[in-house]
Structure formats: structure tokens, C-alpha cells
Write a protein that binds this ligand. Sequence first.
Ligand code: BES
Ligand code: MN
Ligand code: MN
Length: 462
Amino acid sequence: MSDIKQYIEQNKQRFLDELFALLRIPSISADSAFAGDVAKAADFVAESMRAAGADKVEVCKTPGHPIVYGEKIIDPSLPTVLVYGHYDVQPAVPLELWDTPPFEPTIKKTELHPEGAIYARGSADDKGQFYMHVKAFEYMMKNNALPCNIKMMIEGEEEVGSNNLADFCIANKERLKADVVLISDTSIIANDCPSIDTGLRGLSYVEVEITGPNRDLHSGVYGGAVANPINILAKMIASMHDENNHITIPGFYDKVAELTAAEREDLNKAPFDLDVYKKDLNVGDVWGEKGYTVLERTGIRPTLDVNGIWGGYIGEGAKTVLPSKAFAKISMRLVPHQVSDEITELFKKHFESIAPAGVKVEVRPHHGGEPVVTPTDSVAYRAASKAMETTFGKTPVPTRGGGSIPIVAMFEKELGLKSVLMGFGLDSDALHSPNEHYGIVNYLKGIETIPYFFKYYAEGSK
Ligand code: BES
Ligand code: MN
Ligand code: MN
């Protein structure tokens, strides 16, 4: 395994070139105008798996975007690692906020990435991260260093809720049989402070529509006498946090697992610099639920956030109009043991109940996902920890990720598999934002670390 560093040094430029080619494909799963590009990206992934030495590579059709599968079974009696990732990306809009075009990868140096970062949509989430696995696999194949079986499943609908993945897993239970799932789609604390996520939040996502009068009205002729749906919506949304920034939906916290004082203390041991955090975001202060630290607010506490809000006149100049409708998209991040469908239902009931008689309310649920906690006392976690320790020179800190990967809970439910979340990006890499980037060092460090995971996992499983 000592030659992995050398292999990376020799192939570094090609590893970058290949990733760049993948990043140039705008595989935006949310926008049907890009369906052809999503399909192109799937073919690219399949081709890269084949080139790296995978067998039975297949671009599997689904009612939505395809799932790419490939495997290498060296000995059925050995353990099997199922690698999961996603080749779809978030929309790149608003394009004018990007300093360089989102699908023309560009290397730039930054304070956190002095050796350069790759700027492109999907660079960190998740193309740059799952492609590390393809390259690590290539290395293991070329150097006779694959110590156990590997299966790779890279999907194209993660950013839109993985709607077809559960059915695919249920229909392919035999093919997907494995001992553990390995995922690189999360962050580390810093490049000199590796960490492993041991939990992810769940998600409830709804769209609300408030209808007032049956048509847009003159805001002078009718204003003051008819409920304005935008005013009402703003008030309803504002009422959903109290003065302690506690969410006011009845029953919302009923199933929230409260951590013990010792667990909270552990969680807060992870290095965190409030000043750096504020400076990075250019905010005067942080905000959140009273009585909890930032790490707790993003790791172990649920949230309610408006993701978008619209209605009325937003064109140039002023138009005096009392709009007929107002809309918002609202997400709730969930923690163990909240249940997505239940929270969506609680939201709907509450939201309808607080609407005044002057308006009608419609709540439309979108995709959701369940929260998870992953074990730290497993062979796989220890293998990941040891692998990172080998390449970073430091034992990774267990942390809780604030984002959601709904399929992690699904893998547990449908396939009985636990996951290890060994990500290599940084939270500040602007995932889902303009100017998303991924450190070149992070990309190469991932390729270096993954073969060690396989080595230690295979050894630990004996
Ligand atoms: N990779 C992210 C999730 C993530 C990022 C977890 C950083 C932990 C740290 C994933 O691609 C994602 O964005 N998930 C969505 C959920 C999905 C249902 C759209 C999310 O968290 O918003
Ligand atoms: Mn992702
Ligand atoms: Mn994402």
C-alpha cells in the first residue's frame, strides 16, 4: 500500500483531467431540460468504472434518472463493501453569482485551499467525492491491492430525493448484498482536523400556498379591508419560532432524542471557532435555539427554514397591487427519532390551524428523509478511522452532519446495512451555492485514504 502515494503523484494530472470532464457535464437532476446531460453523466460514470476494472457495469434505468452499478467480486467468501455516491448535481442558478462558469471547472487558490481548489458545480457534492472511489478502485485493481469485494452504486437522483432508489434496492437485494456501505458525501472539520460524520439529519419539505381574494386587487381600493396573502404568510412563518427560537408546532419536539450531558460535552469537543465561522459568513452573530451551541444547533437539533418565498409584484418599479396568492418552500431538518411523514403532518395541521378565515391554505409535501445515527463501535468505523489516521496523521473526530442523505436510513431499512460516512470536503466548500469548490488536496487525500479503508476493513473482518 506504500506505493499509493507514488501512484497518485504519477497519475495526478489524469485524475484531475478525468474529473474535469465529468464536471463539464451539467447533470442537474431537478431540471428536466438537463435530462440528456444526466444520462450522459451516467454513461461517463459507467465507462470510468469499466476502465478502472469493474465487472457487470450497467446503467440501470429507473422511472427517473439512471443508477450506475459495477462490481468486482474477488472471492465470495470475503466481505463486500458497497460504495454509494451520486453523479447528479444541484441547479447552478443564480449563474450571475458565479465568478467562473459552473460547468467549466477552474482551479483557484484560497485561504483554506492554498494548493488550489476546483471550482465547479458538483466538485465537492458529489462528483469529486465519489470519483475518488473510482480512482482508488483503479489503483487497487492495477496493484493487486483489492483485499475484499466491492460493489459501486452511483445514483442520479440524490439531489431530488432519491425517489427511485428504494425500489431499485428492493428489486436488487441479491445484487446489492454487502456487509457495509461506504459513502463520501459529507465534510471534515478542516484539512488538518479530519472527522467522520456519525449521524445525519432527516428532512421534511413542504410547499405552501396562501390564497386571499380571487384576483389581484388595487392595493389602494381594497388595501386594509382584505387579507393580503403575503402579509399573512409572513406572519404565519414568523410565528413558527418563539422568542427562544424554539419551533412552535405542537408535538414537533415530542420524539426528539435528548442527548445526555456527557454526549453533548463530547460533541462540543470538536474544534470550532465561532469567530472564524462568523467571519467566513460575514454575519454579526449566529442565530438559533436558545441553550444550544452552533455544533448542537446543526448536529442534534431540528430546524424550520424558509428556502424560498414569492408572490405579488417583483418587477421593476412599483406596482400597487394586493396579490391574490403567496407561496413559500419550507424545510424542516429532523433528528432522531423524529419521523418525516409525521412531522409533515404536524406541520400541515398547525399551518392550516393558524391561518385566518380571510385566506385559504394549501400545504403540498415534497420529498423527505429519515435522520440516522451510524455506529462508531463497528469494524467499518474503526477501519475508516484508522485509514484517516494513516493519511492525515491524526485520529478523526466523530461529528454529526447537519445535512441529509435520506438513503442512509433506507439502506438500513431495506438492505439491513449500516453506513460509514467518510467524506473529505469542507463545509465551507459552498455546496449548493455559487462557487462550489473542492480542494485538490482533499480530492487526492480521498484517493489515498480509501484503499487503506479497504485494507483495514478486510483485516478487521477476519
Ligand atoms: N451531500 C449532501 C448532504 C450533506 C452535505 C451531508 C454536507 C452532510 C454534510 C447531499 O447531497 C444533500 O445535499 N442532501 C440534501 C437532501 C436531499 C433530500 C435533497 C440536503 O441535505 O439538503
Ligand atoms: Mn451529496
Ligand atoms: Mn447535495
